[in-house]
Ligand binder design. Sequence first.
Ligand code: SAM
Ligand code: SF4
Length: 388
Amino acid sequence: MQLLQFTENPPLALYVHLPWCVEKCPYCDFNSHGLKGGTLPEGDYIDALLRDVERELPLIWGRSIETIFLGGGTPSLFSPEALDRLFSGLRALLDLRFCREVTLEVNPGTDMATRLSEYRGIGINRVSIGVQSFSDDSLKRLGRIHDHRAALRTIEAAHDAGLDSFNIDLMFGLPEQSAEQAEQDLRQALSLEPPHLSWYQLTLEPNTPFAAHPPVLPEDETMEAMVDAGLGQLAQAGLQQYEVSAFARTGHQCQHNVNYWQFGDYLGIGAGAHGKITLAGESRIERRVRTRHPAAYLRQAGTDDAIEANNVPTNELPFEFMLNALRLTGGFDVPLFTQRTGLPIKVISDTLHRLERDELITWTMTHIQPTKRGARYLNDVISRFLPD
Ligand SMILES: C[S@@+](CC[C@H](N)C(=O)[O-])C[C@H]1O[C@@H](n2cnc3c(N)ncnc32)[C@H](O)[C@@H]1O
Ligand code: SF4
């Protein structure tokens, strides 16, 4: 068994999961729960999150947090006052002196007109807006709680609040969507000049209402036409692709997500949140998952019952690293593999040689990058790193 050798710990990020939504969308398999008219246990949940983070302190002693991401769910259901209390608590517990990006996911259905500037006032400097489509027909088919006007208002509010880094989430390949409609959605999004855009193909996830009763999705040929046209539109608008689904103007890449893709460390707090922590001194990397259901999490947060911890097996590390790093269009510098996995590059050199020969990656003295063909067949490329 190879011993992991780390020269230093990777950068550390904080993910906070806020698991409630107004209603559950039928395509969504995230750990999110419709409120169904019930009350949001805002104060209790903030208390639970602070207990949760306190419990983690011995693992991250002396390390500072570089980015924070509040995801969900619909984090914008939480009031600026509640999140301000969360941040005060986090500031008392964690070293946030070097924290440069704090993102909040917002849903246009949670009336953002005045709230965005309040969020900005408490230190949130980036929002990710779940628009999905500008077509009211598509939004209805997706079971969204907002129309396109609410999306436009939210984007305008982001500009007005001076949030100079924000993201629009848009999906394509929607039920009964034509290539022209997908193009129109993207045209509308780009006309609003987002510094960042995440562009996802709708997938039918197991155990969702869409999987049980599949809607009519575009044919493969239509889907390909959407991708070809969309990539052209995005490039023309000056948004560079830097990951499979992420496009940004220079300087506006999501630093929090880049840390995931570079196999950095992250503390994950909140119901069902995942974390990954390198314990360099103990030559191991630990994955930590929280109790998934919000009611149980509220009870257990801050105790061992809320946490399931496992070491990442050494023979799975190359696959885990590549699963993330090869998503980056620009690839990664060779030393990053050893810095983040604690393994020498020679443990994967045979696989790298084969991928290079098949023109799926380029591999120089210093850099590894998927080729265009490699990016197209990314799942096959990554699967070559699976342990025997
Ligand atoms: C965790 S969701 C949070 C965003 C926010 N709750 C909302 O929906 O407005 C992040 C993004 O993942 C994308 N997404 C969710 N389910 C998806 C699916 N089945 N297929 C493709 N993209 C999906 C959506 O674009 C969504 O905005
Ligand atoms: S609002 Fe977002 S997180 Fe909530 S159910 Fe819909 S897609 Fe999922």
